[in-house]
Design a protein around this ligand. Structure first.
Ligand SMILES: NC(=O)c1ccc[n+]([C@@H]2O[C@H](COP(=O)([O-])OP(=O)(O)OC[C@H]3O[C@@H](n4cnc5c(N)ncnc54)[C@H](O)[C@@H]3O)[C@@H](O)[C@H]2O)c1
Length: 260
């Protein structure tokens, strides 16, 4: 049966591949991005986040079947805090009421295997407190410090996002409303975001030292799209608060026995 999906970050990479796959399968996709999509908004801003909800409500007629909150950036800047955490949480919470009319509502967010790396504790605390002003201030400090400190921003936003999913999935708003809420944590996927790490053999070898992926190495956005499509399909009725690592094995290598 045809379903209506909202996909953020639909103009490029994983979001684009997911939107294409869903359309091929006969579904309706409302794409969201900064530009070049059905709904063009900046999820880093309050205005963009409320515009998202208004425009998706208008386009959908008030009911959607699934949210794929996937938009993100990977720059070592405070902007990454606004998009990856607050933009994604606002997408999920803002669009959740539109799932109420669906017979099989689903939601998923794109985190990252980078969530496994040590976070910046002060930024993580501000994110988990939902304090955007404090998180942006800490993000700006890390950005100004540059180097290794600025590089903590991305993984910290993805750690916080994965924890937000864990903390919210089993609550009345989500599980209680019959909505499976989960996340994915990709390894290195060949998209415009990672082109600097995947374009040359030398770069690929270097990134695979940091992100060990013994199963089939660097992969394509379409490979991730299959998982996002399944997690938001009618077939997935019982996965709750899971962070599914689609990472060629980096989680198994890095965390080993410490989780299961
Ligand atoms: N590529 C990888 O290796 C990889 C690995 C792990 C996680 N991820 C995550 O996957 C998601 C998709 O990344 P991708 O690799 O497809 O990157 P991409 O750069 O190809 O696509 C990201 C899309 O998000 C959009 N976007 C960015 N900021 C936005 C904003 N403020 N408002 C609205 N849209 C915005 C961009 O315009 C772009 O179209 C991101 O959340 C990223 O962090 C990617």
């Amino acid at each position: 049966m045809s379903r209506t999906y909202v996909v953020t970050g639909a103009a490029s990479g994983i979001g684009k591949a997911t939107a294409e796959l869903l359309v091929e399968r006969g579904h309706r996709v409302i794409g969201v991005d900064l530009r070049g999509s059905d709904v063009n908004v900046d999820l880093a801003t309050e205005q963009g986040r409320s515009g998202l909800v208004t425009q998706v409500a208008e386009r959908s007629g008030g009911t959607i079947d699934a949210i794929i909150a996937n938009a993100g950036i990977a720059t070592p800047t405070a902007a990454t805090v606004a998009v990856n955490y607050f933009g994604t949480v606002a997408t999920l919470t803002g669009l959740r009421p539109l799932l109420a009319g669906s017979a099989a509502p689903r939601a998923v967010a794109t985190a990252s295997m980078a969530s496994l790396y040590p976070p910046d504790d002060a930024l993580l605390e501000a994110l988990l407190a939902g304090d955007e002003a404090a998180a942006m201030a800490r993000g700006a400090e890390l950005e100004a410090a540059g180097g290794d400190l600025a590089n903590l921003i991305y993984g910290t936003t993805k750690r916080a996002l994965a924890l937000w999913i864990r903390r919210n999935a089993a609550t009345p708003d989500w599980a209680g409303a019959g909505i499976p809420l989960n996340a994915i944590a990709p390894g290195v996927v060949a998209t415009p975001m990672t082109s600097a790490y995947t374009d040359t053999e030398q770069a690929r070898e270097a990134i695979l030292q940091m992100v060990p992926m013994p199963l089939n190495g660097i992969f394509q956005p379409r490979d991730v799209a299959y998982l996002l499509a399944w997690l938001t399909s009618e077939e997935n009725a019982h996965l709750c608060g899971q962070v599914v690592f689609i990472d060629g094995g980096s989680d198994a290598v890095i965390r080993g026995d410490s989780t299961w």
